[in-house]
Design a binder for this molecule. Structure first.
Ligand code: SAH
Length: 253
């Protein structure tokens, strides 16, 4: 039986930002699995079985996808943004590594536009030079490690994109992250709050590190913290543009 598993990224929210490759995979899927709000973004079609699930059941969902594919179904597992960025592709491979019976399943990872790229494009070109991405969630790693990485990245002059910045269960971490960064970066460092990029309720705000308020972010926000090289172009009534020049002087924070 030749089923398949495609692990697909739906992009940040706008249907125009779903790749044709992902649309084609969805168009011939027999089963679509994923976190319920992402499955809800899949166009309805007769003959496709939807399997929405809770956000916390990643490994169980991954196992279910592999099982269905091994039974001959054409399965698409959906993530928002890119499936390889803090998302389901790694969970599927984790499940696969501990389950030799599914090693023969045909698997593809279909990339999507990750939140960081969507938010960056709305704000200008803040990722124009070296950058990194850090998840601020301490559910899957200790907080100490997050602080270490923030300080190392800022100290080395990287622009930093923060995913999973804040939630009801993690109310203080983002404020603490800003405190750590403010200890080594200039107060004038631009900080972009890219909320719901590519969705109807999108909101892009540019702040300075010295005056940023963590409580203005939520789980739908991707935060981009500039490097000491990152600049803001003010344009009167038009939104400011933030960019990081393509050359760096070598000065550290
Ligand atoms: N795989 C996803 C990331 C999942 S982690 C991707 O590649 O985009 C979830 C985090 O992604 C959220 O907490 C938020 O920080 C960010 N995010 C997801 N969609 C977003 C959007 N449309 N705008 C801004 N940030 C978003």
């Amino acid at each position: 039986m030749t089923g398949s598993l495609s692990i697909a990224g739906l992009g940040p929210g706008d249907a125009a930002l779903v790749t044709p490759e992902v649309s084609a995979a969805l168009a011939c899927a027999t089963d679509v699995l994923g976190y319920a709000p992402y499955v809800a973004r899949v166009p309805a079609r007769e003959g496709v079985r939807l399997h929405p699930s809770d956000n916390r059941m990643e490994l169980q969902r991954a196992g279910e996808a592999l099982r269905l594919a091994s039974e001959g179904r054409d399965v698409v597992m959906v993530s928002s943004g890119d499936p390889g960025v803090f998302a389901m592709a790694a969970a599927v491979f984790e499940a696969l590594e501990s389950a030799p019976q599914w090693r023969e399943v045909s698997i593809r990872v279909l990339p999507g536009i990750t939140a960081m790229l969507a938010a960056a494009a709305r704000a200008g070109a803040p990722l124009g030079h070296d950058f990194c991405a850090i998840s601020l969630s301490d559910n899957l790693k200790p907080w100490d490690l997050i602080e270490l990485r923030l300080l190392a990245a800022a100290g080395a002059g990287f622009v930093i994109a923060l995913y999973n910045p804040i939630s009801k269960a993690r109310p203080w971490q983002l404020g603490r992250a800003f405190e750590c960064l403010a200890a080594i970066l200039p107060g004038t460092t631009p900080v972009i709050f890219g909320r719901a990029a590519g969705r109807p309720d999108e909101r892009i705000d540019v702040h300075l590190l010295a005056e940023v308020d963590a409580q203005k972010a939520d789980m739908a926000t991707c935060i981009i913290i500039g490097s000491p090289e990152t600049r803001i172009i003010r344009r009167g009534d038009k939104p400011s543009l933030v960019y990081t020049p393509r050359s760096a002087s070598g000065s550290k924070a």
